[in-house]
Design a protein around this ligand. Sequence first.
Ligand code: ADP
Ligand code: MG
Length: 692
Amino acid sequence: MRPEILFPLFAPVTSLKGVGPRVAPLLEKLAGPVVRDVLFLKPHTVIRRTPATISTALDGEVMTFEVTVESFQKPRVHTQPWRMRVFDQTGFMTLVFFGSFGSQLEQRHPVNSQRIISGKVENQGSFGWQMVHPDYMVEPGKAGDIPEVEPVYPATAGLPPRTVRKFVVEALSRAPEMPEWQDRAWLERERFPSWREALERLHGPQGEADLGLQSPHARRLAFDELLAHQLAMAQRKAERRREPAARIGPSELAEKIRADLPFAFTGAQERALTDIRRDLGAGERMSRLVQGDVGSGKTVVAMCAMADVAAAGGQTALMAPTEILARQHYETIAAPLAAHGVGVILLTGRDKGAARAEKLRALASGAVQVAVGTHALFQDDVAFHRLEMAVVDEQHRFGVAERQRLQAKGEAVHFLAMSATPIPRTLELTVYGDLDVSRIDEKPPGRTPVATRAMPMPRVAEVETRLREAVASGAQAFWICPLVSESEVSDLKAAEKRAGELKSTIGPSVGLVHGKMTPAAKDAVMAEFAEGRLSVLVATTVVEVGVNVPNATIMVIEQAERFGLAQLHQLRGRVGRGRRESACVLLYDPPLSETAQKRLDILRRTDDGFLIAETDLELRGGGDALGLRQSGFPDYVFTDPIAHRDLIAAAGDDARLIIGRDPELASERGLALRVLQELFDWKAGMALKDAG
Ligand code: ADP
Ligand code: MG
């Protein structure tokens, strides 16, 4: 239940003065449906209104003057403006008003009355000083209405910044003093103001500097937000820990399967398996993420855990976002497991009729121990004999409900996620705060690095020629066209054009996949490529994460400068899987900005996905919301991923401490923290987005 103290902030925006049926939808679009959302708007700049006299006016500056009204000049034709002459001790100025209200001017500002005016002044040469539509024009008694430093808010058509500011000021007046939810010692050390003081400063900046992300009030608000989120995640983690789950020990079976593999585990794989086994043996539900580049060996690690589960009499479901990925996982693990008597089935949307019924029977009876598949795995008529572990590949591609439906097929099912999307270490907590993370940051030996080079678009013909030669000698290549315009149709056209062009130079073995195709049609083309029947695959959308085509050795990416680095890294990871030399060509539209050049350069220099993700974040300076969202960064209001990254770790530590000491949030600070969580809506429900 929402604490009473928050009621005024969760009232609808229509409760603000001046927000009626016309304005409400605009304000909702800009901020959100409740007063809190208006309170949380941030000014993006400030206007300094310098007090001045007319003789000290500066052309183009925003200034405030104390003047007396001298006379009015009515327009001769209605398309012309009204003019009003004013003066102070030092000179004259003309105020200019367009529009039809001019006739009321004289009533509102009679000759000889005193006014404080503020706005942009312009020097009109022989016509003297002029101000078009002053921002403010008030009686001397109301001079306080004109801020010397005015925060400027985002606006939208029909809702100008100054009107938005009026609503923000009123929202601020509704904000109560809150019980302090932060640790006092920490507040002092960081010199953080109280919550309300922080908001007052946010909306009443004393200058540019107050807009800075590192100013104490901005850091305080960001820390509040981060703590609310980290708390929700720590709570979820603790809740899962409290659920008893099957205790599963390391098995001889798994060790036999491992001994049969034609390779030894890397150190990183060993560590990941050790982590998983510790979780499985603890008697609590596991929630672990194994993170590592494509091909780093996550699936075989998961396979060993599946063998442990099978040896203990349980079943595992391995779910992948696409059919082709599911099939590849199946191909990786089925034979090694089956060789030691662990039954594995593949279940996808393609299974129909009697064959499907047979597979379902085998699952329900416990005749098979592992089911690999797609969404088909959690359909209502799929039942397990004893599901004890769910492994989800690229979990962010699934909805929470979908993952839960899968886990609901057993009791207290251990959860293991696998992800090949590199995320900078500093942001890990914001994305995976409620999972334990094992990183596989070491590649299996014997992989040849991918020779990477950047080339300007005008040299594309050269690339095509080289590609033709490579294909003639049996190579396979990906050719990626980015989504660049707003319109998917024109992007598709560009890709179709490229595919057509390559067909004419290379021949009929050029295929095309794009976002408008049905998943089945996409899978079919991908499969043709994987089986070697296509030599070049042109793709508009990112090639399915994790698809393994060992024979593919060339990756061409058009307009590479438009991709996030992590994404480029993942794309490049599609090649270089075998022992043959591989190449990646990053085509760009010249000229490249200095930052763009640096970004592409990193890819040439390193193959470490985490380092790349981290550097990308630094270079982007946090501005690229889209790239961040792709890596799973939450949609925070006050937190900036770069500027506030030190706070992320601190909030994570704090949340762990709090939940450790006061799991029910029952202490005085605990109660205040509940208010904080409600304030930011980062309650368990929201955190659900992030985990199984
Ligand atoms: P991921 O799931 O991280 O993409 P996989 O587990 O599917 O990686 O492994 C990719 C390929 O590399 C598979 O063919 C697998 O057999 C092989 N592989 C895995 N671990 C090693 C290793 N330590 N040494 C050599 N090859 C390995
Ligand atoms: Mg894999």
